[in-house]
Write a protein that binds this ligand. Structure first.
Ligand code: FES
Ligand SMILES: [Fe+2]
Length: 328
């Protein structure tokens, strides 16, 4: 197939002016979005939360994050294996989030207690999963069934892809983050700098079965206003805190953007805070992509920046949705 593909994936776009686009509000039925969100929230998580990008957890110092009000600390041992445990030292409760790592163990800064994968009285490590792009931790909640590994969506071949992870914090709940992405109709209106000519090809019916639970969207990712890459993208929710966009046709088919919403702890006014941890795994079967992989180090911050710009606006959307919900 490759030989028939145009050398340059960029297209000159014939796009209307912003206010002259076809309004999408009549198609963006609140009931469809609400039903898709309810189905996503009803899926099992197995107790798994995305903690951070894999690269953020290092072998020389601890990485700390409060998940759903629970302090978690993570680190890597000498072999690079991921570990995580409670973020308070079992001796007198010192915060472990800034503990140095020595010989593969966290060393508490208050009195030097070394904490390793074997644990300590009153301090047991949590199950973790490192999928190569994201670091996950399993935290048990009363009444929730746990699983051995998180539910993972589609991912391209790691040998032929470049991954970047960006994290942003919003004052909302995880469901607001999902609801924003379960409204694909806002794309070209709300993010005209990133999307053009967006058409929702299919949306799941209010009573659709799990096997048909996806949005199919035709859109051009724009680089400058009149130049873009047309693709077809599919949106699905593999678990109650994740929404995945997979490019199913067009340049970069197989690439995914996984948006994970991890609840943190409330702010000083008691408003919920959620980390949006977004992994972009770009893939191409073009021969030149191997060279792109070599410059992956330079590409990563750029990919993360593009995600950040989109998410400044999408967090406004999610925070607004939360504020409206909270006011009711
Ligand atoms: S509080 Fe950690 S060793 Fe004392
Ligand atoms: Fe958006």
């Amino acid at each position: 197939m490759n030989e028939h593909r145009p050398v340059n994936p960029l297209r000159l776009l014939d796009r209307p002016r912003w206010a002259e686009q076809v309004p999408s509000w009549a198609d963006a039925k609140p009931g469809i979005i609400r039903a898709a969100l309810a189905r996503a929230l009803a899926r099992p998580s197995g107790g798994w939360y995305v903690l951070a990008g894999s690269r953020e957890v290092r072998a020389d110092r601890a990485f700390g994050r409060v998940i759903g009000g629970r302090e978690v600390v993570a680190w890597r041992d000498g072999a690079g294996t991921l570990h995580a445990g409670p973020g308070a030292c079992p001796h007198l409760g010192a915060a472990l989030c800034d503990a140095p790592v020595h010989d593969g163990r966290l060393v508490c800064r208050w009195h030097g207690l070394a904490l390793g994968p074997e644990g300590h009285r009153g301090w047991r490590t949590f199950p973790v999963h490192d999928d190569g792009v994201l670091a996950w931790v399993r935290l048990e909640s009363a009444g929730e069934a746990v699983t051995d590994a998180p539910v993972l969506g589609p991912r391209p071949d790691p040998e032929r892809s470049v991954a970047a992870v960006a994290t942003m914090i919003g004052r909302c709940e995880p469901e607001d983050v999902l609801a924003n992405r379960l409204d694909p109709w806002h794309g070209a209106w709300f993010h005209p700098y990133s999307f053009a000519n967006l058409r929702v090809l299919s949306a799941p019916a209010v009573d659709c079965p799990d096997t048909e639970d996806r949005f199919l969207v035709e859109v051009a990712f724009t680089l400058v206003p009149r130049v873009g890459v047309p693709v077809i993208a599919e949106f699905t929710c593999p678990d109650p805190r994740t929404i995945t966009m997979e490019i199913v046709d067009g340049e970069g088919a197989g690439s995914v953007v996984e948006t994970h919403a991890t609840p943190l702890r409330p702010d000083e006014h008691g408003r919920p805070r959620t980390a949006v941890i977004e992994a972009t795994v770009a893939h191409s079967d073009r021969p030149g992509f191997v060279h792109t992989r070599k410059v992956a180090g330079a590409l990563r911050p750029l990919m993360a920046l593009a995600a950040r710009r989109l998410w400044r606006d999408d967090l406004d959307y999610a925070e607004r949705r939360y504020a409206l919900r909270a006011a009711r």
